[in-house]
Design a protein around this ligand. Structure first.
Ligand code: HEM
Length: 209
């Protein structure tokens, strides 16, 4: 990693800070489900069906944190074997993260305040799209289409990082309004966060790729 430039270290640090809440909050949940202290807000769905959420948290952690390495130009250019090895892990982790997200969306019993129709359908569509984009990125790189490969991975990453934007918007809402967003307002904020991430991904694709 000696060859990383200053701006790449800065990018990595920004992604780590940005991903901090869902990444660390998720690991705290996994510890709780493994018998540790209950620090995270109560989640009865996780307690009654811990397998998909544990799988989801661990694979999402890999996808968001380790996946950041895939976007560093010097690793892409000078350490191709590392890029390929990390890429394989991330493709599997991202696929399982999205599939377990879909599984929970459909099978967990949510109170209306935490998941209404809008959030249900957006989760189903974006979770499926994330899997499709990862598969498309693999197909593209096998045909040596680097632009399509990078653009698809960036779009999939933007969907995955929706969890971070949702956490930040959720906290911002509490700070401004004084209470947690619930019901259709919460659904709207979650969907808005994904929309924002996808918009940023499109801007980056047009400017940087
Ligand atoms: C790849 C990035 C993602 C990260 C870092 C992430 C993070 C998390 C975390 C930490 C939890 C546990 C929340 C808790 O402990 O209460 C969770 C739950 C969940 N995630 Fe994700 N997630 C990601 C992607 C997705 C996607 C793409 C979907 C949509 C298909 C999704 C749907 C869900 C659902 C339905 C739950 C259960 C929520 C609940 O029971 O309240 N996640 N996610």
């Amino acid at each position: 990693m000696k060859s990383l430039s200053r701006s790449e270290w800065t990018l990595l640090a920004c992604i780590m800070v940005y991903s901090f809440i869902p990444a660390v909050g998720g690991l705290i949940r996994v510890l709780e489900l493994a018998g540790g202290p209950a620090i995270a807000p109560e989640n009865p769905r996780a307690l009654s069906d811990p397998f998909p959420i544990t799988l989801h948290i661990l694979t999402s952690f890999l996808f968001c944190i380790v996946g950041a390495l895939l976007f560093l130009p010097s690793i892409r250019r000078h350490h191709r074997a590392t890029h390929r090895a990390v890429g394989r892990i991330i493709v599997i982790a991202g696929g399982i993260s999205a599939a377990s997200g879909l599984w929970m969306t459909h099978t967990y019993v949510f109170p209306g305040d935490l998941q209404g129709n809008l959030l249900y359908w957006v989760r189903m569509v974006l979770g499926s799209l994330m899997i499709g984009l990862i598969v498309w990125a693999v197909i593209a790189i096998r045909s040596r289409n680097v632009f399509q490969h990078s653009a698809s991975m960036l779009r999939a990453y933007a969907i995955g990082q929706g969890a971070s934007t949702q956490a930040i918007l959720g906290i911002g809402w509490i700070v401004i309004v004084g209470s947690e967003a619930m019901g259709s307002m919460r659904d709207g904020l979650m969907v808005f966060a994904w929309g924002l991430n996808l918009l940023v991904a499109e801007v980056l694709i047009r400017r940087l790729l």
